[in-house]
Design a protein around this ligand. Structure first.
Ligand code: PEP
Length: 247
């Protein structure tokens, strides 16, 4: 079975204005003949403008969240249908910042995954342990529990990615070593195989958490690492392109 095509996705979080579209265009111009799929996930208000600016390029646009329902009285939220209508092709779901700040449970993340599937968006589902959970030896149990709870059976055969993002590595400059990454990615692959059988081999398992140009090659060449979810280093085209080139 061939390995999945690597995916390098930038998560701009709550950063970027209309003027930042220039940075995304610079990524599209510099991306060249990469073997990776490349995506940028800006704040939702920029998705439409960025999708138009990147039309016809190799760089896909994604969202950072959606509501689990398709419409209704949910002030301030956006639906998967709206995101797809604005030109997004992917969506990050269950990011630890949302799990923490908005108390998103595995069950809610699974409902958001279903919403994404209803509207043709490819979900990137995030999982990851806290530093206390790692110190307590619970990282594998926590992460595989999140995988089981956040991925509904309807994903079987569909395009999606899982992003392993240890919470203690996000935005901190700390990263697990490759043995630690490989241990968790291996456990995620085994869990995916138990859930989805053969189709699990086609799911890229991304690593996320302080990926930068200086550590990208080492991390991306670890066993079972099928790409990266990149926060801070995705905001500057040069840094993001250096990570794409490290694939
Ligand atoms: C993220 O929040 O998805 C992330 C990986 O952030 P950073 O790269 O800044 O650690």
């Amino acid at each position: 079975m061939n390995s999945p095509t690597p995916l390098i996705a930038g998560n701009w979080k709550m950063n970027g204005l209309a003027s930042s579209i220039a940075e995304a265009k610079a990524v599209a111009q510099g991306v060249g003949a990469t073997s990776a799929r490349v995506a940028i996930c800006p704040p939702s208000i920029l998705v439409h403008r960025m999708s138009e600016a990147l039309q016809g390029t190799k760089v896909l646009v994604g969202g950072q969240d959606v509501h689990a329902d398709d419409s209704g009285a949910f002030t301030g939220d956006i639906s998967a249908e709206m995101l797809a209508d604005a030109g997004a092709k992917l969506v990050i779901l269950g990011h630890s910042e949302r799990r923490e700040a908005y108390r998103e449970s595995d069950e809610l993340v699974a409902r958001k995954v279903l919403a994404a599937l209803r509207h043709g968006l490819e979900p990137i589902v995030c999982v990851g342990e806290t530093i206390d959970q790692r110190k307590a030896g619970e990282a594998l149990k926590v992460v595989t529990g999140q995988v089981r709870g956040s991925l509904p059976p309807e994903l079987n055969g569909k395009a999606f990615a899982v992003a392993y993002e240890p919470i203690w590595a996000i935005g901190t400059g700390l990263t697990p070593n490759n043995l630690q990454i490989e241990e968790v990615h291996g456990a995620i692959r085994t869990t995916l195989a138990e859930m989805f059988g053969e189709a699990a081999q086609r799911v890229p398992i991304l690593y996320g958490g302080s990926v930068k140009p200086s550590n990208a090659a080492e991390i991306l060449h670890a066993c079972e690492v099928g790409g990266a979810l990149v926060g801070g280093a995705s905001l500057k085209a040069d840094d993001f392109l250096a990570i794409v080139r490290a694939v």
